[in-house]
Design a binder for this molecule. Structure first.
Ligand code: AMP
Ligand code: ZN
Length: 456
């Protein structure tokens, strides 16, 4: 399989470190607010990657974190902890906030058939691993303590900034304001590994004892600690949103590689962003859509999978309700095909090869989907074989076509068909139209044929 690696800025041939096994770490949600359709794009993207690797025969160990502490509202060390801020706003405890939004995230993922990761790791359950990693960095002379925090000294890492190609001097400008907060911070770009429960964080609700007193971990250390804890010091694939390249992932690499002196991640995979009607999603613009907005429009959330797969994960995407409506019609066609097919024939090797060819081309899902439509329109393939091949495709597409209710004509409907045919024979068209309406009300498509009424 070919995969674009953000680190090398090129498409590479993917081979895992251990034959047959892929270790994959995905940055997960910060559970302080509702999961929106932008998140859906990212996690569906991860899911398609994981399912593709599984189809290719790999055993995928997929770890995803849930950030329930320590993610500040800006990328520097300024700002408030997102969870604490949410709790204050809603008058709840931080633990309640985390539990509520974690649940919401799970429900959304379930609705779009994203497979649960092999291990879902909550940050608050891994404080020991994070402290151990910070201690290692302190012992190596890479991290240092001030009255406020433990910082990572970016000047000690000659490779800092390589992922995004940023020079330290550029970073310094961006993070200059931090100096005002902690005068003992050595370099403006140094980032916190551990925050002490002092100063502006003196009232922080979540805190743990540590060698540096009570406090809480920074967001970046969480991912390094949990990724290495579950998957080893060098992992095959690390995914995230493209926004994570310049800070979060840069910092993850720095912390991990300075602690282990080994390569942390072999392939960096980044999903580009979803905009809504040409604009960045935000609550104030009222274009912050969730799964409920989709359901309210009577659109099956699974149709969003088909929509996201029509564009490369590496391209930004613009969401409009019109585009989702169009894709929903295509999704309904697939469901109809599934409803009318029961007997599973033999998988077409030619179409399977074409499908895999698309996916192996840096997850070219658009190409894979084009192959699917080509299959369904190919008159040389039997209906049974089409169905068998489509079911195999769906192990990656995840449209749950195997769960579509099979088409059957109920007793009520057969009586209506009989009555309608009689009315038509008697040229009683008003009555025949009324029976058509009733049949359509039951969900059938009514066709007039030479042999009389046919339902679909
Ligand atoms: P958050 O919970 O906001 O930290 O985001 C979790 C993941 O979703 C991160 O990898 C983000 O990059 C990604 N993400 C957030 N907003 C969007 C968006 N509008 N489009 C695509 N991905 C997003
Ligand atoms: Zn992360």
């Amino acid at each position: 399989m070919k995969l674009y690696n953000t680190k090398s800025r090129s498409i590479e041939e993917f081979t895992p470190l251990t034959d047959g096994i892929v270790t994959m770490y995905a940055c997960g949600p910060t559970v302080y607010d509702y999961t929106h359709i932008g998140h859906m794009k990212k996690y569906i993207g991860d899911d398609v990657l994981r399912r593709t690797l599984t189809l290719l025969g790999y055993d995928v160990k997929h770890v995803m974190n849930v950030t329930d502490v320590g993610h500040l509202s800006d990328d520097g060390d300024e700002g408030e902890d997102k969870l604490e801020k949410g709790a204050k706003k809603e008058g709840k405890t931080v633990w309640d906030i985390a539990a509520f939004y974690t649940d919401y995230f799970h429900n959304t993922m379930n609705a779009v058939n994203v497979l649960p990761p092999t291990i879902e790791a909550k940050a608050t359950d891994h404080i020991t691993e994070m402290i151990a990693l910070v201690e290692k960095l302190v012992a190596e002379g890479i991290a240092y303590e001030t009255a406020h925090a433990i910082y990572f000294d970016v000047t000690k890492d000659p490779h800092y900034g390589e992922l995004s190609g940023q020079k330290l001097s550029e970073k310094e400008t961006a993070a200059r304001d931090d100096v005002v907060i902690d005068p003992d911070k050595k370099n403006p770009a140094d980032f916190s590994l551990w925050f002490k429960r002092v100063g502006k964080f003196a009232d922080h609700a979540m805190y743990w004892p540590s060698p540096w007193g009570d406090g809480f971990p920074g967001w970046h250390i969480e991912c390094s600690a949990m990724a290495m804890h579950y998957l080893g010091e060098t992992i095959d694939i690390h995914t995230g949103g493209i926004d994570h390249v310049p800070v979060h992932h840069e910092n993850e690499i720095a912390q991990s590689e300075c602690a282990t002196h080994k390569q942390f991640v072999r392939y960096w995979v980044h999903h580009d962003f979803l905009n809504v009607e040409g604009e960045k999603m935000s609550k104030s613009k009222q274009n912050f859509y969730t799964i409920e907005d989709i359901v309210a429009r009577k659109i099956n959330p699974l149709a969003t999978r088909l929509m996201f797969m029509q564009t490369s994960y590496r391209k930004p995407m613009n969401f409009t309700w019109d585009s989702l409506d169009t894709v929903n019609q295509q999704f309904k066609k697939l469901q109809k095909f599934a409803a009318h097919h029961d007997t599973v024939g033999t998988i077409s090797e030619t179409y399977k090869a074409a499908f895999i060819d698309g996916l192996s081309d840096d997850l070219n899902t658009a190409k894979a989907i084009a192959t699917m439509w080509e299959l369904l329109g190919d008159n040389t393939i039997s209906e049974e074989d089409k169905w068998a091949t489509l079911l195999m495709f769906d192990t990656v597409l995840g449209l749950q076509l195997d769960q579509v209710e099979k088409f059957s004509i109920s007793e009520e409907a057969s009586l209506l068909v009989e009555a309608r045919d009689k009315a038509r024979a008697e040229k009683n068209y008003a009555e025949s139209d009324e029976f058509r309406r009733q049949l359509e009300g039951l969900g059938y498509e009514v066709l007039d044929t030479a042999e009389g009424t046919k339902l679909q």
